[in-house]
Design a protein around this ligand. Structure first.
Ligand SMILES: [Mn+2]
Length: 353
């Protein structure tokens, strides 16, 4: 919150209304499902409802707690009306509905001028402190371990849904509070769908299987993808797999503080181009990771964010051949003073099961 207040003058505001729950958790520790956090230059107030009275008392640090009786936004508006000379308030355009904004504007009146917050909290969140990095290392280790435990279930005859359920179960047995997104298990032709949902389709011999899964541990997400072959992989698959792995390694090696996020994406594409596969790489190379599974920055064309020490990002090149198969390899890495270090520990070479 101290670092956030230093941004107020640049934003030209006296206060910030935080409406995105992960931002609220980041700033004051509250992990409930209904809240707003109002931060002005000297104090902060968390607005939540009576379901969270005890939880807020336990979790919230550095903010007063206001248990709203007649709706959170009514309580927020009331606070904005208080005669404190508050005039310019930043809000998160992407994280408030039009209806909520109308209500706030109507109730707070013309004395409050609203300004876009420019994702100021999301930007602070990109750089993780040592405590966050330690949790994220554990979350990445957990998902690597769950994957190794589930290998015996990735066999012909088991359905995608069964394998996905097994992954989720293993992650929870290892201490995850939840999966960080719906686990992806996509086999055969369906592996070409970059974000397929698992189905009742049974795995068959001589198929590729893409497994993309992540765990939430201590509030922080991990995200990992492995692609395995059921049986002995044909030459074509081996070559494509080798190209994706090379693209991933080269991209990782290119990561260092001071480089633009888009440069890493370009590097992965350059390698796949050398192998004649660039046209099949149809998504961005990676994304920030933290309290949310997709955060700033994206490793993508046009993303000018400068990488900094302490950022955690995924590196996940892939190739998808419509009607044939898909391959993706994804690891979580942390940007260090001189380069990057893997958080994900599961082996990366092609597994033939
Ligand atoms: Mn990912």
């Amino acid at each position: 919150m101290k670092r956030l207040r230093l941004c107020f003058s640049e934003l030209g505001v006296d206060a910030l209304l935080v409406s995105h729950l992960p931002n609220i958790q980041y700033l004051c520790g509250f992990s409930g499902s209904a809240a707003f956090l109002l931060i002005d230059s000297s104090e902060s107030t968390l607005f939540t409802d009576s379901r969270y009275t005890f939880q807020a008392r336990e979790e919230v640090v550095g903010a007063h707690v206001n248990i709203a009786r007649k709706g959170l936004l009514a309580a927020v508006s009331e606070a904005l009306k208080a005669p404190r000379g508050r005039t310019h308030v930043a809000y998160s355009a992407g994280k408030l509905t039009v209806a909520q904004m109308d209500l706030l504007r109507g109730a707070s009146g013309s004395r409050v001028r609203w300004r876009n917050d420019g994702n100021v909290v999301e930007k602070l969140r990109t750089v993780k402190d040592p405590r966050e990095l330690s949790i994220m290392q554990d979350a990445a280790t957990l998902v690597s371990k769950a994957f190794s435990e589930v290998l015996s279930k990735i066999r012909p005859g088991h359905s995608e849904l069964e394998v996905a359920a097994e992954i989720d179960y293993r992650m929870k047995r290892l201490g995850a509070s939840n999966a960080s997104f719906d686990t992806i298990v996509a086999s055969g032709l369906r592996s070409a769908w970059a974000h397929a949902r698992p189905t009742s389709k049974k795995l068959r011999a001589r198929e590729l299987v893409v497994l993309d899964h992540g765990a939430i541990l201590g509030g922080y997400c991990s995200d990992m993808t492995r692609t395995v072959f059921l049986g002995r992989a044909p030459q074509k698959v081996r070559r494509a797999y080798g190209a994706v792995l090379e693209a991933q390694q080269v991209a990782k090696n290119f990561i260092r503080p001071g480089r633009k996020a888009e440069a890493i994406d370009l590097e992965a594409r350059r390698v796949l181009k050398q192998h004649g596969l660039a046209q099949y790489f149809t998504h961005s190379t990676g994304h920030g990771l933290g309290l949310e599974v997709h955060e700033m920055p994206r490793l993508a064309k046009g993303e000018s964010t400068i990488l900094q020490e302490g950022m955690v990002i995924t590196v996940e090149p892939g190739v998808y051949l419509d009607g044939c198969w898909g391959i993706r390899i994804e690891d979580d890495v942390v940007v260090t003073a001189t380069g990057s270090v893997d958080l994900t520990s599961a082996p990366r070479e092609l597994l033939e099961l």
